[in-house]
Design a protein around this ligand. Structure first.
Ligand code: GCB
Length: 621
């Protein structure tokens, strides 16, 4: 296995170098920079047969003489809201998986002729001397090609992490035509792959922005508490260019004003001793105003400092044992039947979590919006953030492995300064094999090299009750490499109880903390029935199942947290039952699942949301 792993890593390095025109990973803390949103309505063309490329619709040509005509036009057709998924914006797109083209004009310079009424356009100031401009996408599901003025400028794969491409030198004065070809088809070599238990929302699902920077700027930084000392901060920075330069770090409240010199590669590191640091914790989520300055240009952030470690079977936050009272949610607003995509959406989801009294969220099953992560941090909610390695992944495919590495890098690059994140999740429900072990080991090593300050976890579904030992056991050697092991176990739902729950014992990775990362069952809101019959889909059955599972958890010697599945019902083509599911996974618990039985009827929205969420919803078309 070791040899295979070394070989795989070597091959990965070669393939990475060979990939053409890939977008750059986004710069850290994009919202702290000079940025302009390109959100709003974009023109769109649905292209299920992928005819947009042969017809060169990215050129946006219009007839120039009497004989010319074109079989497309972006104006006068469909409009899609960005950020947002396309499925919830038009009835014919509800189940659509394929290509959609998005287009928008960028009108550069104040003197430029303005586009005609109704044309989707944004006025963009011309760059000042020496200024650079980047086009940033918070997330596009799943893969995309970006064209500017008829030229392909980048490609990106992966539906939940940000990317950018430099456009300063490509924009011209006046009208510029931006087209984004988005494809959300499921593929065997993708992550996630062919089937997964959530809706495959397609589209430009997060903010799109123009970001302006000086010529040389701080591309990346990582400021954190030294794992070994509560009174030392560690800072590393990378400039946009391989040049020796100066970066200063200011944290006024701590009296810190420190200058650091980067080496000829543009990389610098320093440690700073501090006195009387207030640590961040779920109980006291303290954040400091932090400023980094390079070449006179400031970059502001709010950063908290905390230590998350493992001591035997315990998880410690700042040295204190902390039991993870967690819950999961998908990035979805059930009432709208669409992707959560705004600050208001993040607020709604996290407010529910807070009402439940949870101290952690397992973000299911992919990196969610930066808004959510930042807001959780302000609210004192710990996070487990994971990449969408979800069952069915082709662990033998080198290209898939490279995608996993890219997703992990992009997730850590975006959120490594967010102290709310205590756990990086690298996989959900994978089964042992030499190929899987090599794939995940290489991912884990890469993750640890990027961030030594967090715990690495994966969720498994191969724990079983063994009659012989009268215990739950799990045989998966890969768990040895993780800091924390997590188990998804649906006792009472997918697996019948072998005996009285309160008498069941667990013997799984007893030298490490173990989190029950999923359990639960489906129930229809407001449906009453036999508390001992699963097929009643009743609230009573769900309640009894929770009582039974909690009785069993009491016997897990190394239990360090539980995370019920899930806050809200969520849409999923996996779920066929004609009356109890109707395309929804009904395991939701949250109070706003009051919309459960009526979730498909948007007329009831104001009633179900009490008006509060309704105001923040972008109207559908
Ligand atoms: C699981 C998966 C989760 C599913 C859930 C279910 O184990 O990790 O994505 O949604 O089960 O409801 O079956």
């Amino acid at each position: 296995m070791k040899r295979f792993h070394t070989l795989l890593t070597a091959v990965l390095l070669c393939t990475a170098a060979a990939i053409p025109a890939a977008a750059q990973p986004a710069m850290t803390n994009v919202y702290g920079r000079d940025c302009q949103l390109l959100n709003g309505k974009w023109a769109a063309i649905i292209d299920p047969y992928d005819q947009g490329v042969p017809k060169e619709i990215f050129l946006n040509r219009t007839p120039q003489n009497d004989t010319e005509f074109f079989e497309y036009a972006f104006e006068g057709g469909l409009r899609l809201e960005v950020p947002g998924d396309w499925n919830s914006q038009s009835p014919e797109l509800k189940y659509y998986e394929g290509t959609v083209w998005y287009a928008r004009h960028l009108v550069v310079g104040t003197g430029a002729a303005q586009p005609a009424e109704g044309v989707c356009a944004t006025a963009v100031e011309a760059p000042c001397d020496g200024e650079r401009m980047f086009l940033y996408f918070g997330a596009v599901n799943y893969r995309c090609n970006v064209y500017l003025n008829g030229k392909k400028i980048c490609t990106h794969e992966g539906g939940f992490t940000p990317f950018e491409v430099e456009v300063g030198g490509l924009l011209r004065d006046g009208d510029n035509f931006l087209a984004v070809e988005v494809d959300n088809r499921r593929r065997p070599d993708a992550i996630p792959a062919m089937a997964f238990d959530w809706w495959n929302y397609g589209g430009i699902t997060r903010d799109v922005m123009i970001v302006r920077t000086p010529k040389t700027f701080i591309r990346d930084y990582f400021l954190r508490l030294d794992k070994a000392s509560d009174s030392r901060l560690l800072l590393s920075v990378d400039l946009s260019e391989p040049v020796a330069g100066e970066v200063s770090l200011q944290i006024p409240e701590l009296g810190i004003d420190r200058t650091l010199r980067t080496d000829a590669q543009g990389h610098g590191e320093t440690s700073i001793d501090v006195k009387k640091l207030k640590l961040w914790s779920p109980e006291a989520p303290y954040l400091y105003d932090v400023r980094l300055v390079c070449g006179g240009s400031p970059l502001d952030d709010r950063i908290g400092f905390r230590r998350i470690t493992v001591d035997g079977t315990k998880i410690l936050v700042n040295g204190r044992e902390t039991f993870m009272r967690s819950i999961s949610f998908h990035e979805e607003i059930p009432q709208r039947m669409g992707r959560a995509c705004s600050r208001a959406d993040a607020r709604m989801l996290l407010a529910e979590v807070q009402d439940l009294g949870a101290n952690m969220v397992r973000l299911a099953h992919y990196p969610q919006n930066e808004y959510t992560v930042r807001m959780a941090e302000e609210m004192g909610i710990l996070l487990w953030e994971e990449i969408p390695i979800w069952q069915g992944i082709d662990f033998t495919d080198r290209a898939t492995a490279e995608k996993a590495h890219a997703m992990l890098r992009e997730m850590i690059a975006r959120d490594k300064n967010r102290c709310a994140i205590g756990f990086w999740g690298i996989a959900n429900e994978t089964r042992p094999s030499a190929a899987r072990d090599a794939f995940l080991t290489s991912l884990l090593e890469a993750g640890r090299a990027l961030d030594e300050s967090r715990l690495f976890v994966a969720a498994f579904d191969n724990a079983y009750y063994m009659e012989k030992s009268d215990r739950f056991e799990m045989h998966d050697d890969f768990t040895r490499l993780l800091d924390v092991v997590a188990v998804n176990k649906y006792m009472g739902w997918y697996a019948p109880w072998p005996k009285d729950p309160g008498t069941i014992h667990w013997d799984i990775c007893t030298d490490k903390p173990l989190i029950i990362s999923e359990f639960g069952c489906e129930a229809q809101y407001g449906q009453h029935g036999d508390r001992h019959r699963a097929s009643s889909w009743s609230e009573e059955y769900q309640e009894q199942l929770y009582i039974d599972n909690l009785a069993m958890f009491a016997n897990i010697p190394n239990l360090a947290g539980i995370s019920p599945w899930i806050l809200f019902d969520f849409r999923s083509p996996y779920r066929f039952h004609p009356t109890n599911q109707e395309g929804w996974n009904r395991k939701g618990l949250g109070p706003r699942t009051a919309q459960k039985s009526v979730a498909c009827d948007p007329r009831l929205l104001p009633l179900e949301t009490g008006g509060a969420i309704e105001k923040e919803i972008t109207p559908n078309h």
